[in-house]
Every structure is written in C-alpha cells, then in structure tokens.
Design a protein around this ligand. Structure first.
Ligand SMILES: Nc1ncnc2c1ncn2[C@@H]1O[C@H](COP(=O)(O)OP(=O)(O)OP(=O)(O)O)[C@@H](O)[C@H]1O
Ligand SMILES: [Mg+2]
Length: 494
C-alpha cells in the first residue's frame, strides 16, 4: 500500500482515491489544481458530502460501480459542467485489490489523449466528435449564450458572452451570485417571469426583448434577449438565454439620426437660398435708393442739427438692412471670383482693413500669426473673406468693445490641409448652445442686431470647399473657431 500511495502522490496527472464504499477520501497535488481546492480533511468532507461544482457528482457513483464489479480498469468520459472549453473529461477508474478483496478504488484523469493505451474515447470517437462540434458551435456563435440551472446558477457562459461583458467564464460559472455580476439578479428574475408568462411567446419561451447586461466595470449596456426553459422528462432543468449586443447598432442609429438632422438643416438652407435670392434681389434696389437719397439729404442738411442725427439713424439702419440682404444672398449666390489661387495673409489684411475702422473694434486688439511660407489657397476668395469677416465680427461682438482676437493660419505640407484659428477672450458660448450656433437664425443678439445667418453661411462655405469648421470654449476663457480646408500637398525641400 505504501508503494501504491507513493505512486498515487507522485502521479503526474490528477488522481483521486475512494474508500470501499466509493466515497472520495483524497487526491494528489495535480488534482488540487484541477479542483481549485487543496487537499485537506475539511475539503475531503466537502467533496464527499456536497460534490464539487467543477466535477460531475457521479464520480462517486463511478467509484461505487467499479468497486462492485471488483476487477479491471474502466474508462469513463464525464461532461464537465463548469468548463465548456473542454467538452469532457476522461477518468480511468481502477479498483484497489488487497488479499482480503477490494479495499477501494482510484481514478486517474489523464491530461492528454496521447498518454495511454487502449483508449476508448479518442478524438475520432463519434461521441467526442459530436461533443467537440457542439462546443465549437456554441463558442463560435456571434450571440452570447448563457445556460442557468433552475436556481439561477450559471452552467455555461460562451466566448461571445466573455467578449461582450469582459468576464471570463470562470468568473461566473458555478459561482454563487455569478449571474448578478453580468446580468443583475433582479433583471434575470423579471425575464424569467416573462418567460413563464404568455406575454412574449408561449409559456416557457421569451421572444426577443430588449434588456441590459453589465460589463466588467459595472456599466450597463443594451442587448436583445431571447430565452427558453429547458425540460428533461417533464422536469425543468434550466434555461438558456441568447443575448445580442446592441451597442454597435445603437451607435449607428445615433449617427444616422445626426446625419438626418444635418440633411434637414442643409435642406432648410437650400430652401432659404431660393427664397432669399428672390427677396434679396427685390429689396436691395429700393434700399440703395433710400441710402442714396438719405446721403444726399445728409449732405444738404449737414448744418441742420435737427435732421442731421435723424438722417444718420436712417442711413445706419439702411446699411444694416443691406448687410442682412447681403447675408441672405450669401446662401444662393456664388461670387464671380471663381477659384483663383490667392494669398491668405493678403486676403485677411483686406478684410481687416474694412472691419477694423468700425467703432466696435476701438478697444480691441487683433493679433495675426501667419505661417511665412504658406502656399496660396485655391478657393473662392470672396466667400473666404466672408468667412473671415463673419468670424472676426462675431468675436468683436462677443468682446463688447474690449479684448483680444488672435487669428492664426498655417499649412501642413504633408496632409495638404490649411488650418485656421480664430480665438477671442470674450465670455465664450453658453453651456449647451455650442451645437446650435451654426443653425440658421440662431442669434443671441438683440432684434435688429443679428440675423443669426453669419455662422450658418460660414459653415456652408467651408463645407462647399471640402473643409470642416468647429467651435469650442477655450479652457482659459473665450471662444475658439477652428477651420480645416484642403490645400496642396507639397514635399518640403530639405
Ligand atoms: N466668438 C463668439 N463668442 C461668443 N458667442 C459667439 C461667437 N461667435 C458667435 N457666437 C454666438 O453665435 C450666434 C450666432 O452667430 P452668427 O454669426 O450665426 O449670427 P449673429 O452674429 O447673431 O448674426 P449675423 O447673422 O448678423 O452674423 C451669435 O449670436 C452668438 O450668440
Ligand atoms: Mg455673426
């Protein structure tokens, strides 16, 4: 027996020992690892009385049967409920003979298929092949599959569930409360109730519903669930749930919604363009008339203090109307300038020459930082100047007479893009309004002072040139608009 115990202890494969009644009374070190339970008298009791979740409880039965037969080794393949990665586990059970008869049995669990003679269950065996096929199928399916026993203990947790939730099957299978980690016991119970009702399919079936799972960090995410109760001989043996990850499709739906919103906005702009073209045309001429006659009257009455101020007001308001009309025309009219290459700093200077003399710029400093060797930009110069002017005027309005506007422009030779920045140190844009400021007619300016078209036109012009425009509140205060426009790709000479 000593020699036997030596052999038992040093056996390289997991080995188990049973007494004469078939009760497990010990195991060796490799079996510690397999059970996840070190050998100790308390653990022996645990295994003998309760079984161990990673083992089929019928190992005890195998021992008992083998002892009863009393001769020869037998090979058995038992399903491993806790580990779907290995569809089965093979035991070679041998009775221990003493002079007085059979005194117990021991079982070895070879780790590989190559290490034994007289194999019963080779990988070619149809049962093993079927098991491997089914396991492979379950592991390869895109949907997450979870099998639970009637008390809610997880028996199977496939690969897709691992990917979806970030939990490994060892974290949840057979673990008390395992289901709570990824599903939420309350949700599971609620869905079980639905499954037993007729609400979503016949009783015992839950046709697809939307529910939530939790990932490893406890973040909930949306999934579809269809489930069914499993029966064996009329007895409920568990349930199987099939989960579909909805995160990607919900992200795509969100993108689609925002693309639709952009389309609606573009459509609104196009309609506005058609309308404004006709209205602006009709209004522009009478406005020019009012302006011309008011200026004539102003000149004739320049020494009359009563009418001089009134006429100045008429002229100012008429100029404002003309500005609105000009903005509306921006929606429909392309300038005649075409896409001749132009010098960016030069175009900026022309704009600044026009806007800086205005009273609102008196207490405002404008700093320009242009990359010296910037190539020319091939774009509609007049439209680009409209963009620059809109942004500079907006910044000045935000500064309300005092502050700093920084304008930067550079060209990235490798990507070929022009990058421009318009930053002011004003109050910034109110929280939650940033997304709205490009919408047509969005303005925070008093009636008569802003049409709310400036940025909408600006965005249209930039998009029509294949570029992008973004806005942010600068962390150090103020607003920053960034523009990216395609330009020439040039290999810089070294
Ligand atoms: N630099 C900025 N700082 C703070 N708010 C800004 C800035 N630029 C734009 N805004 C906000 O965006 C709104 C829309 O700007 P937009 O240029 O489209 O219209 P507007 O300036 O009000 O009128 P207009 O059509 O005459 O330009 C402004 O009313 C303002 O509230
Ligand atoms: Mg504006």
């Amino acid at each position: 027996m000593d020699t036997f115990m030596e052999m038992f202890r040093h056996h390289p494969d997991p080995a188990f020992l049973a007494d004469k009644s078939g009760k497990i009374i010990g195991w060796n070190a490799p079996a510690d690892e397999m059970l996840g339970l070190p050998y100790s008298p308390e653990n022996v009791d645990l295994v003998a009385n309760k079984g161990v979740h990673r083992f089929h409880p019928s190992l005890n039965e195998l021992f008992a049967q083998c002892i009863q037969r009393g001769a020869g080794s037998e090979q058995w393949v038992l399903p491993l409920p806790g580990d779907m990665g290995k569809p089965h586990i093979r035991f070679i059970v041998t009775p221990i003979q003493k002079n007085t008869g059979v005194s117990g049995a021991w079982a070895v669990c070879p780790r590989s298929h190559e290490d034994r003679d007289g194999v019963c269950f080779t990988p070619e065996n149809p049962v093993v092949r079927m098991l491997s096929f089914l396991t492979n199928m379950i592991e390869s399916t895109v949907n997450g599959i979870v099998v639970m026993d009637p008390r809610g203990k997880v028996l199977m947790f496939n690969k897709s569930m691992e990917i979806m939730t970030g939990f490994a099957s060892e974290d949840v299978v057979g673990i008390p409360g395992g289901v709570d980690l990824f599903y939420g016991w309350e949700t599971a119970k609620r869905n079980m109730k639905l499954m037993r009702s007729k609400q979503y399919g016949r009783p015992g079936i839950l046709n697809m519903v939307k529910t939530e799972l939790k990932d490893r960090d406890g973040n909930p995410f949306p999934v579809t669930l269809s489930a069914g109760i499993m029966f064996e001989d009329g007895q409920e043996t568990g349930s199987v749930g099939i989960f579909g990850d909805l995160r990607e499709s919900e992200r795509l739906a969100r993108e689609l919604r925002s693309a639709q919103e952009r389309l609606i906005q573009a459509d609104r702009n196009a309609a506005l363009g058609r309308l404004s073209a006709s209205v602006a045309h009709e209004i522009n001429n009478p406005l020019s008339g009012i302006l011309m006659f008011s200026e004539i009257m102003q000149r004739s009455l320049k020494d009359d203090p009563v009418y001089r101020d009134d006429l100045k007001e008429i002229i100012d308001q008429t100029l404002r109307c003309k500005a609105i009309v000009r903005n509306l025309l921006g929606f429909s009219r392309k300038s005649d300038n075409g896409n001749e290459p132009f010098d960016i700093p030069e175009a900026f200077r022309q704009c600044l020459d026009i806007v800086l003399p205005q009273a609102k710029f008196q207490g405002i400093e404008v700093k320009c930082d242009f990359q010296p060797d910037m190539p020319k930009m091939q774009a509609d110069r007049v439209q680009m100047q409209q963009v620059f002017t809109n942004l500079v005027l907006n910044a000045a309005d935000a500064l309300e007479g005092k502050g700093l506007i920084c304008i930067k422009a550079r060209h990235d030779f490798e990507s070929g893009y022009f990058f421009m920045e318009f930053r002011d140190n004003g109050p910034g844009v109110a929280q939650g309004e940033l997304e709205k400021i490009f919408e047509s007619f969005y303005t925070t300016k008093p009636v008569g002072y802003g049409t709310g078209l400036g940025l909408s036109i600006t965005q249209d012009i930039i998009h029509n040139h294949g570029g992008t425009i973004g806005v942010e509140n600068h962390p150090e205060g103020g607003t920053i608009f960034t523009i990216r426009l395609p330009g020439p790709k040039i290999k810089k000479e070294s």
